[in-house]
Write a new protein. Structure first.
Length: 472
């Protein structure tokens, strides 16, 4: 059998020699051993064949693998669960893959500090289930929970449906370990909340999309599981009414309001068709909202206050129609409907998609003004926005035959409204042209400075977030 190294340029073969000799068997994949899954892309774009795949099963092996790639100036793209939506894990020609799939150990829960240690390749859902098993809960939930990994969640600072109550992924990270491009290991995993001995280096890697280092481990905060949990699907006459309702629920429920999700009518009815269910609310409305509350043992009246607040909003014509879940099954069915939105819009043709945020109070104006502006570009545009109105983040999906000018118009308006062109999914490769709309030249220069300092040979996730001249 031909050894793949015989067919490679001398430098590549020498690098593989070093990797095969320093890493345990099964860690380095080449040739036909590389399965097609590594080239999967959530956006269905072309992902190149990797030069080789590294599947380390320890931090030491991540370090040894990166040190070798650094020595040989071999570009590497980091893979978690490959559910990212900005092309960050897509393989560029000439890159090798560093997959965290075998770094998948989950530690014991420390109930004293309410935290759990997870290696980077652990799926988010495993952390959620482990917390549930001992009466705790994990604060972040996203539709891709079964495949998305803790390392990928940290690298993208994932958000999801309960940011208003628990914050984004950054807020869940109590300690972190990362490996720099040259193999240096930075471990900051103390089991103490307070450690003000200089800047928190772990923070650098949260949301940095793998351009500054590879996350290998984290200690994650857990929360008491709610004693009361309820949700309600609501039909509303307008986005202004949704904002009014958000304010009423916030005043009445305080921090117990855990989710406030919005769906425009086209996506609401479309996802019901997609899931082959009859719409839980048949009432025609401009906006549908899924609101959720979670409360601890002291808030015994939470459900009653929730329902009373909704009743008052119905009497004031702020809500047209409502259904409140009466069982765990109904509760889950309402979330399944909301979770199905992403899959439903993926089935549609001519879809443009902005993962944007604007200040919460400006969501109604933004929806109105953006639709007017986009209809001026394509009068047949169909609007299918859904998302996390409670924190101002909309998955602004629309169908148009004039995708490029329409998206450009949308994102320019986001910037004018003081929002972000990528609220959750990062910049990756796909959103690089828009970074300047959300970040100043000084900020982008500082990001570049960090990159060239921590990864001077530009081997790690190069051409993600921003471009730099190749290898210094
Ligand atoms: C159906 C669906 C629903 C989704 N819902 C949400 C949502 O509500 N909120 C949200 O925020 N996102 C959502 N996402 C996007 C996606 O799930 C998140 O971005 C997730 O955090 C990516 O994790 P991953 O393990 O799949 O990372 P990948 O896709 O493998 O990688 C994402 C980026 O992180 C880098 N990376 C991965 N692992 C590491 C590591 N260990 N160290 C350093 N860099 C690394 C990669 O190189 C890449 O740049 C959704 C995606 C889908 C498909």
């Amino acid at each position: 059998m031909t050894d793949v190294r015989d067919t490679l340029p001398a430098a590549d073969a020498a690098l593989l020699d070093r990797l095969f000799s320093t890493l345990p068997p099964g860690t380095v994949l080449t040739g036909t051993d590389i399965g097609p899954q590594y080239q999967e892309d959530r956006r269905d774009r072309y992902s190149a064949r990797p030069l080789f795949v590294l599947r380390p099963s320890s931090t030491a092996d991540v370090s040894a693998g990166l040190a070798a790639c650094h020595a040989f100036r071999q570009p590497v793209v980091v893979h978690g669960g490959r559910t990212g939506l900005s092309g960050g894990h897509r393989i560029l020609p000439g890159e090798a893959v560093l997959s965290l799939e075998r770094l998948n150990a989950l530690g014991q829960i420390d109930t004293d500090s309410a935290s759990i240690e997870a290696q980077a390749g652990v799926a988010l859902q495993r952390v959620q289930e482990a917390a549930n098993d001992v009466g705790l809960m994990f604060g972040v939930d996203i539709g891709a929970r079964g495949s998305a990994t803790i390392g990928g969640n940290i690298a993208t600072n994932a958000g999801g449906i309960r940011v208003m109550r628990y914050g984004m992924f950054r807020a869940q990270v109590a300690g972190l370990e990362a490996v720099l491009a040259d193999g240096t290991v930075l471990t900051s995993m103390k089991q103490v909340e307070k450690d003000n001995t200089g800047p928190d280096l772990g923070q650098l890697f949260i949301g940095s999309e793998g351009v500054l280092g590879v996350v290998t481990r984290a200690r994650l905060r857990l929360h008491p599981a709610p004693v009361t949990e309820a949700n309600s699907l609501l039909a509303l006459p307008s986005a202004d009414a949704a904002l009014d309702l958000l304010s009423r629920l916030r005043s009445a429920m305080g921090g117990a309001l855990s989710a406030f999700e919005i769906m425009l009518p086209e996506v609401y009815h479309g996802v019901c068709r997609h899931l082959q269910i009859s719409p839980p609310l048949g009432t025609k409305a401009q906006v549908y909202v899924l609101a959720e509350i979670q409360a601890g043992p002291l808030a015994l009246t939470a459900q009653e206050v929730f329902e009373t607040t909704l009743m008052a909003a119905i009497e004031d014509n702020c809500i047209l129609d409502a259904v409140v879940s009466q069982s765990r099954r109904e509760f889950q069915a309402l979330w399944d409907l909301r979770d199905g939105c992403a899959d439903f819009v993926r089935t549609l043709p001519n879809v443009a998609n902005g993962d944007i945020s604007v200040p919460v109070g400006r969501v109604p104006d933004f929806l109105r003004e953006s639709q007017t502006a986009l209809r001026a570009i394509d009068p047949d545009s169909v609007f299918l926005a859904f998302g996390h109105m409670g924190d101002g983040n909309l998955h602004y999906v629309f169908q148009t035959v004039r995708k490029e000018p329409a998206l450009s118009q949308l994102l320019t308006m986001v910037a004018a409204f003081g929002g972000s062109v990528s609220a959750e999914h990062g910049i990756g490769v796909d959103k690089k042209p828009w970074l300047h709309l959300s970040r100043s030249p000084a900020e982008i220069d500082t990001m570049r400075l960090l990159k060239t300092t921590l990864d001077p040979r530009l081997i790690l996730n190069r051409h993600r977030i921003f471009d730099l001249a190749d290898g210094l």
